[in-house]
Design a protein. Structure first.
Length: 401
């Protein structure tokens, strides 16, 4: 299928405009990484505690931040999570100890910070109570008068109450009446005497230690560098070394602009984002190889033409393929970005930027580098670096006549 029929666009005619575009965006990203937002590493790399909180109403980040500040949690990061109708947020704390006590500490700090100031001191919050807490309370008040069989029975009833809260109501009870049918009436009547209902519930607590975060950060950087080095070696063997250098420079350009976009917009870089960057490195390299392969074929067939003309012709010949594959891939990752939810936001955003920049760099960064090297080599040695611009020997031409 051909999207264009015999296109004849002089891509290299506009190379300086696009190189200026790349320079501006690359510098903007680098300056942001150095002086503004820096590289916004997620908790996977910097270490810390992530607490997922579900609210009964639409949460207001400013109000949450004010409550956290009053509780002394001034370095917390607040991020909406999932669809807006879910009323969930992610709270990132600097707590980095990975013990069981640290998990409870992070959870308790958030609960104490978000509890309303008029919460009854003699009762606990049922929305943030564990199965063990509810079972111990029921065993103490013994509303069913069970005697010796009380412990097992109340553990089962506590499990039923908490499971209904977490699975059916996403962790937040708005009223004790919602528990009807989950336990005997005597048990449900006893719960309001020992518990109250807040408007939030802590859904999950995850901790990444500082040492683990540093290891992941180092390994992620090495993964990107190793992938580029491997591609450089492959292209140097498969084509010529200048092809490999041009392709790796283009991939490095794509990575800088993508990471710079994360820094400029201040979106955290997680492990899934690193996976997306590795994906776009491979995607950009694949697109570049397609163009380079056509250039190499045309260099052999069109030895009398200048390399600039050969490169332009090669890009035009692969333009339909580039637009179709890149366009369809872009639509896919754009749908993932728009409808994939908060968890995939960073991953899909990296792919959206990467597909655009990767396709662009194959045409306007990698290919012009071949011509630039050719021109530089000719000025230095007086002969072409690549055989494209080489004139046939006169003696051989006479013999053929």
């Amino acid at each position: 299928m051909e999207f264009f029929r015999n296109p004849n666009i002089e891509f290299l005619k506009y190379k300086w405009y696009f190189l200026a575009f790349s320079l501006i965006f690359s510098l903007a990203g680098i300056l942001s990484m150095l002086f503004w937002h820096h590289i916004p590493l997620g908790v996977d790399f910097r270490g810390g505690t992530i607490v997922t909180v579900k609210f009964a109403h639409a949460p207001k980040n400013n109000a949450i931040r004010s409550m956290l500040d009053r509780a002394g949690l001034r370095d917390a990061k607040i991020q909406s999570f999932g669809q807006a109708a879910n009323n969930e947020v992610l709270l990132s704390l600097s707590q980095r100890e990975t013990s069981e006590a640290a998990l409870d500490q992070g959870k308790n700090e958030i609960i104490q910070a978000l509890e309303p100031p008029n919460a009854p001191a003699d009762r606990k919050d049922l929305n943030n109570a564990s199965v063990q807490d509810v079972a111990e309370y029921l065993l103490r008040v013994d509303p069913l008068r069970l005697g010796t069989d009380a412990q097992q029975r109340y553990s089962q009833l506590a499990q039923a109450v908490v499971s209904f809260r977490d699975k059916s109501l996403s962790g937040v009870l708005n009223s004790f009446d919602q528990l009807r049918g989950t336990a005997p009436d005597e048990v449900l009547a006893a719960l309001p005497q020992g518990y109250f209902l807040s408007d939030f519930g802590v859904r999950n607590v995850d901790i990444v230690g500082a040492q683990v975060g540093r290891q992941l950060q180092s390994q992620a950087g090495l993964a990107v560098l190793y992938s580029m080095a491997g591609m450089l070696v492959y292209l140097a063997l498969r084509f010529e070394w200048i092809y490999g250098v041009a392709a790796v420079v283009a991939c490095f350009h794509d990575t800088i602009i993508t990471v710079g976009a994360f820094s400029l917009i201040n979106i955290e870089i997680s492990l899934t984002v690193i996976a997306a960057i590795l994906t776009l490195v491979g995607y950009s390299m694949n697109d570049t190889i397609v163009v380079f392969d056509r250039i190499r074929e045309n260099v052999k067939l069109l030895r009398r033409e200048k390399l600039t003309e050969i490169v332009n012709r090669s890009i035009n010949q692969t333009l339909s393929r580039t637009v179709l594959t890149s366009g369809l891939t872009f639509l896919t990752v754009l749908s993932l970005y728009l409808f994939g939810g908060e968890v995939l936001k960073g991953f899909s955003f990296a792919l959206v930027i990467g597909i655009i920049i990767g396709t662009y760099s194959s045409i306007f960064i990698a290919s012009p580098m071949l011509v630039a090297y050719q021109d530089w080599k000719q000025r230095g040695t007086g002969r072409a670096a690549l055989p494209a611009a080489a004139e046939p020997r006169r003696g051989k031409a006479k013999a053929n006549v």
